[in-house]
Design a protein around this ligand. Structure first.
Ligand code: C5P
Length: 406
């Protein structure tokens, strides 16, 4: 059976002369029993008629974001959810710039924003447009965001020039989609539990104690683990991030709620990643009524919250347990102490309050430590770091189960 059998592939076609080659991509994918739906931009239709794609896929071609009939057939969010992968071939310089900017002014660009599945682009444009610093920078940024890039190839171009910018051949695009969708992830068959975000500890009905965690790192880790083939459950404190497409998301507010949600699921998980910034102290008996400002000073009595990470690490048998250490000083020393005192399998240390990203930032630099080793990941987007961390966790887990394999 073809690895593409039963897979749903959304093919975006933008306005370049290479659009005629996309028909061959569709033919190859359909012949491998994939279900293909095509989305065309308005300018793509100047190069190839939608009827060509409709005949090859057996589905109407989508192109308008606000078309009542198209939305009634399958709304744009549904279409994004339907897909196992989104490939844009050809991807023009203009469309690549739009993706980089995150615009959503037509159906295809909206789908690129809404899709939570792997996205591939096959750039196609004149060689000068390709080597323009603006295009190269757009491509670099998209690569950092995890967009897969296929080509371009070099050779004679439709404009008569010679150089990089030709769309790679249909067969190479087909092969790339097949290899992406048949990839056996490093966490295939495993279940991963991730906790992310801050907690809120109520003082009274309107006030709480919290911290500056955005939840970004934990959310990226949950996504990366899922892309590596794991079944992922996320226990999340209050964050303002879009919900990833995972097996389960449990929303909590307080450290006590997070403790219960994590403990309930940890025993049946292979890996627990405690990326949440759990409050260490919570007010004893939050006031039922809003505290009035009658007194010149006010004392709050706090008590320790349960240490979720240490409790999971103490389970026997328990999951492979990964903790985080956000430190403002003596990064490695403090992280090493935490690794030992909490009996963790691995700890991910990051400096907060400095130039290296950390809370609220999209990037970070990390030092990862385990019993007899450590590695440093230099400043990079959290998405990229998440993938590296997941690969490292998969490797260490395999080693801890089978130490002679190293
Ligand atoms: O000891 P410290 O709070 O610095 O350790 C940080 C690590 O411990 C993080 O992985 C965090 O998710 C976890 N933690 C926890 N429960 C707490 C406090 C921290 O799981 N009450």
């Amino acid at each position: 059976m073809s690895p593409l059998s039963g897979k749903n592939i959304l093919l975006g076609v933008t306005g370049g002369i290479a659009a005629y080659k996309s028909a061959e991509v569709v033919r190859l994918l359909s012949a491998a029993n994939a279900s293909v739906r095509v989305v065309m931009t308005r300018s793509a239709k100047s190069f190839v008629g939608p009827l060509t794609f409709q005949a090859l896929t057996g589905y109407p071609v989508y192109s308008d974001l606000l078309d009542v009939d198209e939305e009634a057939a399958m709304g744009h969010i549904q279409l994004a959810r339907w897909a196992d992968c989104l490939a844009v071939a050809p991807a023009t310089a203009d469309f690549i710039a739009k993706m980089r900017a995150g615009l959503a002014d037509d159906l295809l660009s909206t789908l690129c924003l809404a899709a939570e599945v792997p996205i591939l682009i096959a750039p196609a444009m004149n060689r000068a447009m390709w080597s323009n610093p603006a295009t190269l920078e757009n491509i670099r940024v998209l690569a950092e965001r995890g967009i897969h890039q296929l080509g371009p190839a070099t050779g004679l171009q439709a404009c008569g020039e010679n150089g990089y910018g030709r769309m790679i051949e249909a067969d190479a695009i087909y092969q790339a989609i097949q290899s992406l969708l048949s990839r056996k992830g490093s966490l295939q068959g495993l279940s991963v539990l991730v906790s992310a975000g801050p907690t809120r500890e109520p003082i009274d009905p309107v006030r709480y104690i919290s911290n500056r965690s955005s939840g970004k790192m934990g959310y990226e880790l949950a996504r990366a683990a899922s892309e590596a083939g794991a079944r992922v459950s996320l226990v999340s404190g209050p964050v303002s991030l879009p919900k990833p497409n995972l097996d389960a998301i449990v929303e909590v507010q307080t450290a006590a709620e997070m403790y219960s949600a994590v403990m309930e699921r940890a025993r049946t998980s292979d890996i627990y990643i405690g990326a949440a910034a759990v409050a260490d102290y919570a007010p004893i008996d939050a006031d039922i009524q809003k505290i009035k400002k009658n007194d010149p000073s006010l004392m709050l009595s706090l008590e320790r919250t349960p240490d979720i990470l240490a409790s999971v690490a103490a389970m026997n048998p328990g999951p492979f347990t990964v903790g985080f250490a956000a430190e403002t000083e003596s990064l490695e020393n403090n992280a090493k102490k935490k690794l030992e005192s909490k009996n963790l399998d691995m700890i991910v240390a990051n400096q907060v309050g400095g130039r290296e990203g950390g809370f609220e930032s999209d990037q970070n630099a990390l030092t990862v430590l385990w019993k007899d080793g450590q590695v440093r990941f230099e400043l990079a987007p959290k998405k990229q770091l998440a993938h590296k961390l997941v690969e490292l966790i998969a490797e260490r887990l395999q080693y801890s189960r089978n130490p002679r394999n190293e």
